[in-house]
Design a protein around this ligand. Structure first.
Ligand SMILES: Nc1ncnc2c1ncn2[C@@H]1O[C@H](COP(=O)(O)OP(=O)(O)OP(=O)(O)O)[C@@H](O)[C@H]1O
Ligand SMILES: [Mg+2]
Length: 320
């Protein structure tokens, strides 16, 4: 059974005061997410990610199409008990402390007072909120609120968790902590569906991704299978090479381009063939010291730019 399945899910908003017209926020999304998968839902601003999550949460209703979670229609009450949701901009009653807020959410699921306390404390530990849990939420920074939001989404040990931009507002350490947390959820068998516009968030976490642009699904599958994101070459940064050695490497075709990046330090663009380790070994034999070696591939941004420039058409529909 799929954890999440949508069929031709479509949402039109009516926009315009003098001449109201339907605007296509989501256009026929058909998607399956398997149980136990960490699934990245990617796309630039306005692609339709939040709209999809709100449709799955039944905060808004589709113009057409359907959505199932855990084999039942998205609004099913039994399903609601078994899922968690982090909204895009979580807002909480901010005169409660973090601990009180989480205990309140635990009470909604019917846990005993003792169980509420242990759940709240454990989750706050997990998301890295320390002694600050005794502070009212109005004194929290954006990143701290985001962490409380994630803890809130997990209070009922959900089987499927929906996270709308879980990394937003987090510093690099926070991003890493949330990444590790998502992996722990996966190890427990939880299905994680999260949206992001950052490819790097998805690269290290997801078994599969869907890429959205302008309300439409552009492609779905494993990132490693997606042609656009295959490695196109390597950037090698070395120090200690003479101009003569660099010129010879260029003449052999081992190096495509040389950029001076500091005193006696060069960035070299290497082709896929010969393999970078071979070129590196040859350069080291000639006195180079390795600084870094990085694969060159299209970023999600490059991919979006190509897609968005290719995909024409207005998202407005003429009203009937
Ligand atoms: N209530 C609304 N009325 C009219 N248009 C809306 C409404 N909500 C969203 N939209 C439009 O639908 C499109 C999709 O919005 P959505 O919020 O789903 O994008 P997103 O992919 O989540 O973007 P972001 O990365 O900025 O969060 C946008 O063009 C947005 O302007
Ligand atoms: Mg959004």
């Amino acid at each position: 059974m799929d954890a999440i399945r949508t069929e031709a899910l479509t949402k039109h908003y009516t926009v315009g005061f003098w001449r109201p017209r339907p605007y296509v926020a989501l256009d026929g999304l058909t998607l399956q997410v398997q149980t136990g998968e960490v699934f990245g839902f990617l796309g630039p601003n306005g692609a339709g990610k939040t709209t999809t999550l709100k449709l799955l949460m039944q905060l808004i209703f589709p113009t057409s199409g359907r959505a199932d979670i855990l084999g039942k229609p998205a609004g099913d009450i039994d399903v609601k008990r078994r899922i968690g949701y982090l909204p895009e901009n979580p807002y909480f009653y901010d005169y409660l402390t973090a601990q009180e807020l989480l205990e309140y959410f635990a009470s909604l699921f019917g846990y005993s007072p003792a169980e509420r306390r242990t759940r709240a404390s454990r989750l706050l530990d997990e998301v890295g909120i320390g002694a600050e849990r005794r502070l009212q939420l109005r004194k929290f920074s954006k990143g701290m609120l985001q962490r409380v939001g994630i803890a809130q989404a997990l209070i009922n040990e959900p089987e499927v968790v929906f996270l709308d931009e879980p990394m937003s507002g987090l510093d690099p350490i926070g991003r890493r902590e949330i990444r590790e947390m998502i992996l722990r959820l996966r190890d427990r068998g939880c299905t994680v569906f999260f949206s992001s516009h950052v490819l790097a968030d998805a690269e290290t976490l997801c078994s599969r991704v869907a890429i959205m642009a302008k309300g439409r699904l552009v492609t779905a599958g494993a990132l490693s299978d997606m042609l656009a994101f295959q490695v196109r070459g390597w950037e090698l940064v070395v120090s200690g090479l003479t101009d003569a050695v660099l010129a010879a490497a260029k003449a052999r075709g081992d190096v495509m381009r040389v950029t001076m990046v500091g005193p006696a330090r060069h960035a070299l663009d290497l082709p896929l063939d010969p393999p970078p380790e071979k070129t590196l070994a040859a350069l080291i034999a000639q006195g180079a010291c390795l600084v870094s070696l990085t694969p060159i591939r299209d970023t999600l941004e490059d991919f979006f730019v190509q897609q968005v420039s290719g995909a024409g058409g207005s998202r407005f529909r003429e009203s009937a």
